[in-house]
Design a protein around this ligand. Sequence first.
Ligand code: SRM
Ligand code: SF4
Length: 575
Amino acid sequence: MVAEDRSRDITQPLDKLHPNERLKFASNYLRGTIPEGLADPITGAISEDDNKLTKFHGIYMQDDRDLRSERRHQKLEPAYQFMVRVRLPGGVCTTDRWLKLDALAHKYANGTLRLTTRQTFQFHGVLKRNLKATIRAINDTLLDTIAACGDDNRTVMCSANPHESRLHQATWEWSKRISDHLVPRTRAYHEIWLDEAPVVHAEDEEQEPLYGRTYLPRKFKIGLAIPPTNDVDVYSQDIGFIAISESGELAGFNVCIGGGMGRTDNEPRTYPRLGDVVGFCKPEQAVEVAESIVSVQRDYGNRVDRKRARMKYTIDEKGLEWFKSKIEERLGWRFQKARPFQFDHNGDRYGWVQGEGGNWHYTLFIENGRVKDDGDHRVMTGLREIARVHKGGFRLTGNQNLIIADVPETEYGRIESLMHEYGLRDPRYYSALRLNSMACVAFPTCGLAMAESERYLPDLITRLEGIMADAGIPDVPVTIRMTGCPNGCARPYLGEIGFTGRAPGKYDVYLGAGFRGDRLNKPWLDNVGEERILEALTPIIRTYAKKRKKHERFGDFVIRAGYVPEVKAGCEFND
Ligand code: SRM
Ligand code: SF4
């Protein structure tokens, strides 16, 4: 299908490229010395190089940052542990699998399940000695962790809300096909984690037809959205596929390229960017479209400077038309003109929704995606009990929530009474502000966190709820996104109010993103603490309550009222 230039990356002189390129090249298709590192009983860690390679296997080495200084004081090595991320296209999980993953969280991880902003599960706190058993157990559920991280294509997201189910089903099937097609082919994962026999052939014969020996310059992300719901933040993806429906059937996709959130403080050459729609393709063309785009990025992406290695920068450097023509050249055909579509929000629809076939779907708010028991609010136990009786399956959403999907009319009452019994709260219990909030993991596990996020946002929301209530608009939804650093894991630059951590207790604040996930916000306050945040937001919220137009969203209002300028392109974000 797509052949051109596959070896371009390895014909560039390796010594001129980023050290990670040499590491990938020399790793024997992602093997490195991982088995030796796992077998070393002296330390709970693996080597730095192997840590870079295990990411391609869905595994990150971390240490418990709450214990870091105490351990240092005691002259002990950091409390090393691993995060394991599952690959789960479109967030579709059977209840049988849920039960097994729940058991695994208790057996080998920290007793919680973390639902991520890309609709999958993370286990935190897995010790080195339990890593293999954890990966094997995940594989026993017929899931895996291959390419959940690393310089390859990650888990493919897909609009989670099954309220238009035929269309949703068809779109999800394409997300699965795209995901399967772009999975690395190396057998390293199977050899290292599942003890399968090593491949018996010369190293160079190993089949990695799309990625080659150096994989992609950087991570790569794909999401499929079904208008009017933009719950995958389709413009933030390297490739976004926007499903176009004709009489309820999937007619094809508008293809959107070049989204990405990550940036680095004080480095204006880095910025979030939203994707551009380049045209329309038929459903059966989606896999080759994805492959072609990946291959252009593989061959032309920046392999010297990892901060500029995402596809969004390749597009800005080479030009959108150039990039589009390269894709079309490899496809051997041209995109059709993009079709009209309309998004109305990028959040989740909570509570019960009836699907086309008559079954019901319940979207449950899981604050910041952490599934655990907390006093009477026994989310983990409650979902386990529901999973024991419910056959329809669960779906994880791109907003870190969970859908109890496909509940027949006859089961509706039973699910409701289980929710009630275990204190799973009706969405009406929460404010519109909280239901539209999202925070990344940050402390204590994320090695890159500079400030709290998951553990702090709930408190900040409580304070903001007070301000909204005082202003007389307690029920108005405003999208709030927080991350513990500027990497943007909870897509903070798409928050009508966004926060990124700078230092403990200090955040940069952003205003003005679109409620539909179609406009970036703009930096507004720099390195401020809670007091200043609340003091500065209060008058704006009050003015919004008084002066907003009918149905005017907070993000639109702050631009109209002149608090921040509108950001029309990622490269203007830092101006
Ligand atoms: Fe992320 C790195 C957590 C979605 C941009 N992300 C990390 C690491 C692995 C930290 C590290 O490299 O050591 C974090 C692990 C924390 C922990 O303890 O679990 C981490 N990212 C997450 C999750 C779990 C956040 C969450 O609260 O749900 C999300 C897992 C998604 C998944 O299931 O695959 C997560 N990360 C995202 C997103 C959102 C998205 O993809 O829709 C982004 C922004 C979109 C994008 O990629 O442009 C994102 N994560 C990053 C970046 C910055 C990338 C960049 O282009 O600059 C890093 C750092 C890096 O890659 O160098 C990062
Ligand atoms: Fe960690 Fe930063 Fe991602 Fe939050 S945004 S999980 S702090 S890398």
